[in-house]
Design a protein around this ligand. Structure first.
Ligand code: DQA
Length: 147
């Protein structure tokens, strides 16, 4: 069964409490449980991580090089700033899907630029927590096509 890593960036640990008018009331623990259940349906083993630190996310991507066939990543604010995360993802061989809960294109202009999109094979924004489910379904398809 292929393993996929779902990586989450800064402040996503506060989902459910943080700006619910933008991010909703679903917690990150709820999203993790849904991802694991979706993975089970799709024949994927899902491992789920969150960090508020850029370097820790870079190291999680390095770990994924050894352990994961594909990555789903919501880099949160680092989406718009981090060449280091882009470079780490560029050193990962499998498919990468970028997810944002909110529609970043409907928000401030600084959120319209994504460094991560330069590497991502697909981008899902504005679908709320369902975006993770859609991303896993896309990864399963890409991994199946590749295998
Ligand atoms: C986000 C969008 C980012 O612009 C923001 O910094 C986040 C969350 C989203 O999921 O909508 O923290 O990635």
């Amino acid at each position: 069964m292929p393993t996929v890593h779902v990586l989450n960036g800064p402040n996503l640990n506060l989902l459910g409490q943080r700006q619910p008018e933008i991010y909703g009331t679903t917690t990150l623990a709820d999203i993790e449980a849904d991802c694991i259940a979706t993975g089970r349906d799709l024949g994927l083993e899902v491992r789920f991580f969150q960090s508020n630190h850029e370097g820790a996310l870079v190291e999680l991507i390095h770990t994924a090089r050894q352990e994961a066939a594909g990555i789903v990543i919501n880099p949160a604010a680092f989406t718009h700033t981090s060449v280091a995360i882009l470079d780490a993802l560029s050193a990962f061989d499998g498919p990468v899907i970028e997810v944002h809960l909110s529609n970043v294109h409907k928000r401030e202009s600084f959120r319209h630029r994504s460094f991560v999109s330069l590497r991502a094979d697909g981008v899902i924004a504005g679908c709320g927590p369902q975006g993770y489910d859609l991303a896993l379904r896309r990864l399963a398809l890409l991994l199946d096509a590749g295998g």
